[in-house]
Design a protein around this ligand. Structure first.
Ligand SMILES: [Zn+2]
Length: 167
């Protein structure tokens, strides 16, 4: 396989590519066990960053991405085995790439703006889970705008779906 072909891969092609390499050998793993591997490599990235060993951070970032990709594909395979899982996949999107695009349709998932405007609402966004007062503010001030922005971003995505798949 040419390196130039891989350079043009979509997120979906990467995740399916990794799962194609490792999925069969890792079939004994539970989802939790997959996620432990993500955490293992993510902690190695954190340690490398703490030591400012950025070349090691890059190395472990690749491993973490590989495990995240394999986790996503395994999650997809497991969910496809049950009617409720299939229903969730219909709502969230049929594949890993769709889940990410649904959450981040090229806009910030909190405020819906590009570039992100969350700095304007930092206190509301960060404290929304701690205090009902902030949750109400979040819903009325941030989420309401976000939902409006997300719906127009999702329309744009649907319109440009083929172009995105060509990335
Ligand atoms: Zn934002």
């Amino acid at each position: 396989m040419s390196l130039n072909i891989v350079r043009g891969w979509t997120l979906q092609q990467w995740s399916e590519g990794f799962y194609g390499i490792y999925g069969k050998n890792d079939s004994f793993r539970t989802l939790s066990n997959y996620w432990i591997q993500v955490c293992n490599d993510a902690s190695k990235v954190a340690e490398a960053v703490r030591r400012y060993e950025l070349d090691h951070a890059m190395y472990h970032l690749g491993n973490a991405f590989c495990w995240i990709s394999c986790f996503a594909e395994r999650l997809h395979a497991d969910m496809n085995q049950f009617p409720i899982g299939k229903q969730i996949l219909m709502e969230k999107g049929p594949k890993f790439q769709d889940w990410i695009l649904k959450r981040y349709p090229f806009v910030c998932h909190h405020c819906g703006y590009v570039p992100c405007h969350c700095a304007l609402y930092t206190e509301i966004v960060e404290k929304r889970n701690e205090d009902e007062k902030y949750e109400k503010k979040y819903q009325s001030q941030v989420a309401a705008k976000r939902d409006k922005k997300h719906s127009s971003a999702e329309k744009k995505l649907r319109k440009n779906k083929n172009k995105i798949d060509d990335y």
